[in-house]
Structure formats: structure tokens, C-alpha cells
Write a protein that binds this ligand. Structure first.
Ligand SMILES: Cc1ncc(C[n+]2csc(CCOP(=O)(O)OP(=O)(O)O)c2C)c(N)n1
Ligand SMILES: CC(=O)[C@@H](O)[C@H](O)COP(=O)(O)O
Ligand SMILES: [Mg+2]
Length: 626
């Protein structure tokens, strides 16, 4: 096996020319086998095997810096830098991350996970090199999807100032997670289809050049004109006009061709963009046919491409999807917006049924929010469906464009709480904190699937900004006997007793129910309140609980800082209440990748840890009795 010869970075350079295509096949085979068991980002990785090999052949790691955008496509890079064994524990707790991590290898020069950062990072490295008088190459590898993100343009705008070599590789596979969208995508498509056309261009240029004396001059003058005719000679004019030299398009599955152009690019001064065309899912038919499904996949059967586990229960995304379809039908003012996560947020059905009222804006969370604000100002009912961690990007837009004007935008925040295998960058554990601090924002979290549906219906008719947060995965279908109508700022009493009051938000109601069951078995009288609203707090309920209980326990799947529990604590402190309090929340930290059950235990928000705290901090020292 050629792959066996790869033990560490730069080993690929020792291979013969004939061994390179064999290596590419073996890497693909390895990725398919491993990811079919572990799950992970398959299609993007299959698409960049030759591109990654070429980067490793053309550059010298770890001296040279390869900056991956998002980083979900860095599996071959991990293999070529001696981390093949890590795939046995890919994305598992304590195992290898699915993204580049500086602490994992000195060949990973920057941590990633969120999109469109690579050009800024590359530019930072390249300018640091210039300032420090050092000598290494910097290459940012960005996908066409990531190039729809605003940060990429901010960086491109600045890239033109660099005088030394800086290479941007644009990995263009026409796909974001789903089909790529927008004007830039169209522009890239023109560049791609310009290939045969390119031959005409070269032909025209060559013929003109041959005209004695004047020929070269004419070609040069056309090159410098600002008119459309220039496009005949300079296909990447958009980039060229920004001062970034364009090379390409290059076949992204021809290793030798890519190495050649990368070497050429690395001899130039200033910023250079190399346009590489690849196929997402390359080499595995199911992934080539369904690249979106294999973008991030659960374990699957290699022969059929079908998931190994059949999902029997609906997840929260499915529930949101259904209610959005119903609302879309019922009310023509309802608009759905996603930032490149149509499938992930469950908006595919809405898209199919109401294409004119559906907007995939690309990886552009900031734009999505301001765009929604304007739709709301114009009298429509926009619903921005977005993952909790990606919405972090749009903090200012939520504050500045939505909440100051108190506009009725609905934020459907999926993946709120621990998401698992994607790790630190994707855990949705900050939204309660960053949203609670914004005046005019209302924040809700459902206890189960029916409540999510009720909350979405409530939210689309609510006159001011409102966020609903719900977790990744299976929707809780317990507690169905409790379905009090959703009322602004009001919690729901589930079981009313005395002694200990569990005050839980969203996903933690289920955990609180389990905690209560166990405490009751031990003879304690336990109240359980489904808080529903993280903001505004149901202060009437909180006051009542303080009057009638010895201990109040708040439970949330969010960091402690600025979260729901801290606001409850603040309320009691202002009231000078003497009630005893425990805040169950995630500590002031980042949570790595791993199975969600393990992560809940590690962060102390699982049933056992909560009971242990209640006993250790109160019951065992006589502060709470039966
Ligand atoms: C800020 C942000 N929003 C959304 C995502 C989710 N996401 C991850 S990869 C991806 C598509 C990236 O497309 P592209 O860069 O073309 O890479 P490809 O998968 O096609 O190789 C998206 C939307 C993210 N990681 N970060
Ligand atoms: C890399 C990335 O940001 C996405 O692909 C993300 O991994 C999707 O997560 P879900 O699997 O929760 O949709
Ligand atoms: Mg792409």
C-alpha cells in the first residue's frame, strides 16, 4: 500500500510519479471506510484529495502555512501529516477533531470551524512574515461556498495591499452544503464554462500578437482597458480589478497540473488567486449524486450509501420544518431565511412549496439578519432559521438592525445546546448569554416537540423580536399532557410541591423531570417548572417559588456567564430573597467534540451530576430536608 509509506508530513514527496494516483485512490478508499463507521464530513473531503496532495507536494510543512476555510475538508491533510490512526476516533470525545487544531499538529496553523475566515488568517500570516522578515509561503484554501461569506470580501479588499507572495486557492465545486447561490456563484460558473472560450481568447490574443509592430501593443492595451472586452483576456477580472492576480481555472483532480500552477503562483509577488475546479463527493457514487447528504453524514452502509441507523423519531428540525410549512400555507406574509443551511434547518419543504418566500442568502448570517429586519420593517413576517453558533456572527445586526427598532423578526435557533462531534466551534451554548443582553429581545425554549410547534406559531404573530432555541437531535415527546397555551413571559407549572423547586429551560426540562423522579423516590417534595421564557423572566413565578421552597435549582444548556440562571440569581439578589440557589449550567469554558451524553456528564448538566450537587451542597449539610 502506498498509503503505508505516509508516516508524516512531506513523506508524499518521496513517492514516485506513478504512485501518486494510487495514493489518491487509497486515500479515498480509506476515507469512505472510516467515515462510514464514524460519520463526518465525507463529500467535501473526497473532492479535495488531489488538491491537498498537490499542496503538500508544492509546499513545505510545517514551515509553510496552509489555511483551511471551515476546515471540514482537512481530512486528507490530516492523513498526509501523520494522523491516519486518529481516524479510528474521529470526532469522538478525547479523539481527533474533525477540524484543524493547532494543539493537534504544528501543520495546522489555525483553528477553524466557522466559514470564510481563511483569507483574513492567511493575510495575517503573510503580513506577519513580511514584518518579521521571515521566509515561508502562505496559502489560504477557500471553497466557493465560503466565498459567499462577507468576511472573505473584507479580507480580499485588504489583500491587495500585500506586496509579498500570498496565494488564495479557490476550491470551486459549485456547492456550498447544498447548491451554491448568488451572484458570485454565477460569476464562477462563467469562469468555469469559459474554458473552451478561453481557447478562443488565447487564439485571438495570439493572432493579434503576431501582427508586426502593433500586435503586442493592441493586446496589452486591451488588457488594460476597463471595458467588457477585457474579460476576453482576463477571465478572473473581478479579482484582477481588486489587485489580485487570477490563475485558472485548473482541473482539481489533476495533481500535476495543480502542482504546476501552485509553483508558478508561489513565484509571483503580491496576492494570487488560483481557481481550482473539483467535484464534491468525487470517487464515491452516492456522494457524487447526493453531495449535500454526504456533506456531513452519519454512519452509512458503503454499498447502498444509506444510513446505518434508521431514525424512528422526529427531531426538532423536523418539527420546525412541518410547522413552517403550515404557517407558510396559512399566512402569505411568512418568509423563511437561511444562511446556507436549507437542509440543516429544515427549510427544504418551505423552499419547495413557497420558493418566492424562501431566501438562502449564502453563508451570510449578518446579511440574513439585516435583510430580515428590513422585511419586517416593510410589514412581512421573516423567520431566520439559523444554528446557534453561527448566529454569533450577527450579534450587532440583531442589536442594531432588529432590536433597537423593535422589529418583529423571528429567530429559529437550531443546534442550541451541546451539538457533539463538531466540538468547540459549533456548540450552541452561548446564545442565551448573547441574546439576553439585548433589550427588546424575547427568548423562548420548548420543553418538547409540541411546545416547539406552539412557540413558532406564537412567535410569527408576535409584534417584536423573538428567539426560540432548540437542540440538535431527537425531539422530546414526553410530558405531552402539559400543553398550556404559550403566554408572553409566563412559565408553566408542571408539578407543584414544596422543598426543592427545579426551574428548567428547554431541553433541561426533560433532565429536570428525571432528577425529580429520583429525588421523589428518595422522599423529597419536588416542584418542576417549565420556564419557557429565558427573557423576560416570569418573576411572579420566581417570587412564589422563593416563598414556598427552601432551594431553587435553575437548569439550562448554556454557559453560566450571562445565562438564564445568572439572571434568576440577579433577580433574587435584587429582591434580597434568602432562598437557596443552585445554577446548573456549563462552566465558563469551551466544550470539545464528543458524544453529547458524555459532554453533558463532563460539563455537569446530566442527571447524576445535578443530583450529586443538590446532595453535596444542600441536603448533606442539612440545608434542605424532606
Ligand atoms: C459561519 C458559518 N455558517 C455556516 C457554516 C456551515 N457550513 C459548513 S461548510 C458549509 C459549506 C461550505 O461550502 P464550501 O466552502 O464551498 O466547501 P465545500 O463543502 O463545497 O467543499 C457551510 C454552509 C459554517 N461552518 N460557518
Ligand atoms: C462544517 C459545518 O459547519 C457543518 O457541516 C456542520 O458540521 C453541520 O452540522 P450538523 O450536522 O449539525 O448539521
Ligand atoms: Mg463548495
Amino acid at each position: 500500500m502506498v498509503l503505508e509509506k505516509i508516516k508524516q508530513e512531506n513523506d508524499i514527496k518521496k513517492l514516485s510519479k506513478a504512485e501518486l494516483p494510487v495514493l489518491a485512490d487509497e486515500i479515498r478508499d480509506f476515507l469512505i471506510r472510516k467515515i462510514s463507521v464514524s460519520g463526518g464530513h465525507l463529500a467535501s473531503n473526497l473532492g479535495v484529495v488531489e488538491l491537498t496532495m498537490a499542496l503538500h507536494l508544492a509546499f513545505d510543512l510545517p514551515k509553510d502555512k496552509i489555511v483551511w476555510d471551515v476546515g471540514h475538508q482537512a481530512y486528507t491533510h490530516k492523513i498526509l501529516t501523520g494522523r491516519k490512526a486518529g481516524f479510528d476516533e474521529l470526532r469522538q470525545y478525547g479523539g481527533m477533531s474533525g477540524f484543524p487544531k493547532r494543539k493537534e499538529s504544528d501543520c495546522d496553523c489555525f483553528d477553524t470551524g466557522h466559514s470564510s475566515t481563511s483569507i483574513s488568517v492567511g493575510l495575517g500570516y503573510a503580513l506577519a512574515r513580511q514584518i518579521k522578515g521571515e521566509d515561508y509561503k502562505v496559502v489560504s484554501v477557500i471553497g466557493d461556498g465560503a466565498l459567499t461569506g462577507g468576511m472573505a470580501y473584507e479580507a480580499l479588499n485588504n489583500a491587495s495591499r500585500i506586496r509579498s507572495n500570498f496565494i488564495i486557492v479557490l476550491n470551486d465545486n459549485k456547492m456550498s452544503i447544498s447548491e451554491n447561490v448568488g451572484g458570485l456563484s454565477k460569476h464562477l460558473s462563467n469562469l468555469r464554462t469559459a474554458e473552451s472560450y478561453q481557447e478562443i481568447k488565447t487564439g485571438v490574443a495570439n493572432s493579434l500578437s503576431r501582427i508586426p509592430i502593433y500586435g503586442e501593443n493592441i493586446v496589452e492595451r486591451i488588457r488594460r482597458t476597463k471595458s467588457g472586452i477585457k474579460q476576453l483576456f482576463v477571465p478572473g477580472m473581478l479579482f484582477e480589478n481588486m489587485g489580485i492576480l487570477y490563475l485558472g481555472p485548473v482541473d482539481g483532480h489533476d495533481t500535476a497540473a495543480i502542482v504546476k500552477v501552485l509553483k508558478e503562483a508561489s513565484r509571483l509577488q503580491g496576492p494570487v488567486l488560483v481557481h481550482v475546479i473539483t467535484k464534491k463527493g468525487k470517487g464515491y457514487l452516492p456522494a457524487e449524486r447526493h453531495p449535500a447528504r454526504f456533506h456531513g453524514t452519519e454512519p452509512f452502509d458503503i454499498d447502498t450509501g444509506l444510513p446505518v441507523k434508521n431514525r424512528l423519531k422526529a427531531n426538532y428540525t423536523d418539527i420546525f420544518s412541518t410547522v413552517m410549512r403550515k404557517l407558510g400555507d396559512r399566512d402569505e406574509k411568512v418568509i423563511a431565511i437561511t444562511a446556507a443551511m436549507t437542509d440543516g434547518t429544515g427549510l427544504k419543504r418551505f423552499h419547495n412549496m413557497f420558493p418566492d418566500r424562501f431566501f438562502d442568502v449564502g453563508i451570510a448570517e449578518e446579511h440574513a439578519v439585516t435583510f430580515a429586519a428590513a422585511l419586517a420593517a416593510a410589514g412581512l413576517k421573516p423567520v431566520v432559521a439559523v444554528y446557534s453558533s453561527f448566529l454569533q456572527r450577527a450579534y450587532d445586526q440583531i442589536l442594531h438592525d432588529v432590536c433597537i427598532q423593535n422589529l418583529p423578526v423571528v429567530f429559529a435557533i437550531d443546534r442550541a445546546g451541546l451539538v457533539g462531534s463538531d466540538g468547540e466551534t459549533h456548540q450552541g451554548i452561548f446564545d442565551l448569554s448573547y441574546l439576553s443582553s439585548i433589550p427588546n429581545m424575547t427568548i423562548m425554549a420548548p420543553k418538547n416537540k409540541w411546545e416547539l410547534s406552539d412557540m413558532v406559531k406564537f412567535a410569527v404573530d408576535f409584534p417584536t423580536p423573538v428567539a426560540i432555541r432548540y437542540p440538535r437531535g431527537e425531539a422530546y415527546d414526553g410530558l405531552k399532557e402539559f400543553r398550556a397555551p404559550v403566554e408572553f413571559g409566563k412559565s408553566e407549572m408542571l408539578y407543584e410541591e414544596s422543598s426543592i423547586a427545579l426551574v428548567a429551560l428547554g431541553s433541561m426540562v426533560k433532565t429536570a423531570e428525571e432528577v425529580r423522579d429520583e429525588l421523589k423516590q428518595k422522599g423529597y417534595a419536588v416542584t418542576l417548572v417549565n420556564m419557557r421564557f429565558a427573557k423576560p423572566l416570569d418573576t411572579e413565578m420566581l417570587e412564589k417559588l422563593a416563598d414556598t421552597h427552601k432551594l431553587v435549582v435553575t437548569l439550562e444548556e448554556n454557559v453560566i456567564s450571562g445565562g438564564f440562571g445568572e439572571h434568576v440569581t440577579e433577580f433574587y439578589s435584587q429582591k434580597q430573597s434568602e432562598v437557596q440557589l443552585i445554577n446548573i449550567a456549563i462552566g465558563d469554558t469551551y466544550v470539545e467534540h464528543g458524544n453529547v451524553e458524555i459532554l453533558r456528564r463532563e460539563t455537569g448538566i446530566d442527571k447524576e451530576s445535578i443530583i450529586e450537587r443538590i446532595f453535596n451542597e444542600y441536603i448533606n449539610i442539612g440545608q434542605v430536608d424532606k
